[in-house]
Design a protein around this ligand. Structure first.
Ligand code: NAI
Length: 269
């Protein structure tokens, strides 16, 4: 441990259970000396095991539906009060598609479901940042990170409308990141993560094949949730002060591959 986040305060969204990327991140941030509040949607708090994480990391839980601006306002006010000062880091680790859940094919979207999923997975990132921005709740040289996937750039047919949500999410990071950088000296980035075995990950059709394919394509293999947590810690630390408006791949090299020997060998069999 390097004490990289000593004295820093934050908000971590999206720890549902111990497989969640946000869960691993909270554990690593705690180990690096950061303090934070944990938040999730009320139903997810009831369904999941976040209490265990809160105990382990000495954190308070503040329920908030990330699509509700009033919930987010309450969350930010409470966080600043509980933590004893403005915020240095925020992790947005939230994703959900109703079309995926209901098994609707991309060519047969129910647009009410599409809007709900977009609101949860993409627009919520704008809402989180707008609340932080208007309340002047971030410290200078603070860092905001959201999690994305490469379906924002390339076609993965079964990723469904989440591909569009991720493209929108990454665009918000750049657009809001400009104003947060210029006016508040806060950086905003997305991490584009390998397929990871979590509740949201398993929602993707054919996930087991998908994760195995990705692993064989990547020279370093898939990045795990812990790898993602470690990368996020560096982005929250003072070692990355001038990194902003970026979509950063944490994917074992997958995004720059054409084909790997393992995949070719598979076709020889
Ligand atoms: P997860 O299922 O553990 O986390 C998703 C979280 O979103 C849950 O904690 C859930 O309660 C929360 N959420 C859903 N609706 C919400 C709402 N209205 N308000 C507040 N929170 C809400 O799964 P995972 O994989 O840890 O997902 C975290 C992020 O990582 C998501 O953005 C996901 O798209 C992204 N990601 C995941 C990959 C994977 O293969 N698992 C790959 C690349 C990115």
């Amino acid at each position: 441990m390097y004490n990289l986040l000593k004295g820093k305060r934050g908000i971590i969204f999206g720890a549902l259970d111990e497989n969640s990327i946000a869960w691993k991140t909270a554990e690593r941030v705690h180990e690096e000396g950061g303090t934070f509040v944990l938040t999730n949607a009320p139903a997810s708090i009831r369904m999941g095991t976040i209490d265990k994480l809160a105990l382990k990391t000495n954190a308070q839980i503040i329920p908030a539906d990330a699509t509700s601006v009033s919930d987010l306002e309450h969350l930010v006010d409470e966080a600043v009060q509980i933590l004893g000062g403005k915020i240095d880091f925020v992790l947005h680790s939230i994703g959900m598609s109703v079309n995926v859940r209901k098994g609707n094919h991309y060519t047969n979207e129910n647009y009410e479901f599409t809007e709900k999923g977009w609101n949860v997975s993409a627009l919520s990132f704008h809402k989180v940042m707008q609340v932080l921005y208007k309340k002047e709740a971030m410290n200078e040289w603070g860092s905001i990170v959201a999690l994305s996937y490469m379906a924002a750039q390339r076609v993965f047919p079964d990723y469904n409308d989440m591909a569009d949500n991720k493209a929108y999410l990454e665009s918000i990071a750049r657009s809001f990141g400009y104003f947060f950088g210029k006016n508040k000296k806060v950086r905003v980035n997305t991490i584009s993560q390998s397929p990871t075995a979590t509740k949201a990950g398993h929602g993707v059709k054919g996930f087991d094949d998908f994760i195995a394919y990705s692993d064989k394509m990547s020279p370093l293999g898939n990045a795990t949730a812990l790898d993602c947590a470690n990368y996020t810690v560096t982005l929250f630390s003072d070692l990355t002060k001038k990194v902003t408006l970026q979509n950063l791949y944490n994917d074992g090299g997958f995004s720059n591959m054409g084909v790997s020997q393992e995949i070719l060998d598979h076709f020889k069999e």
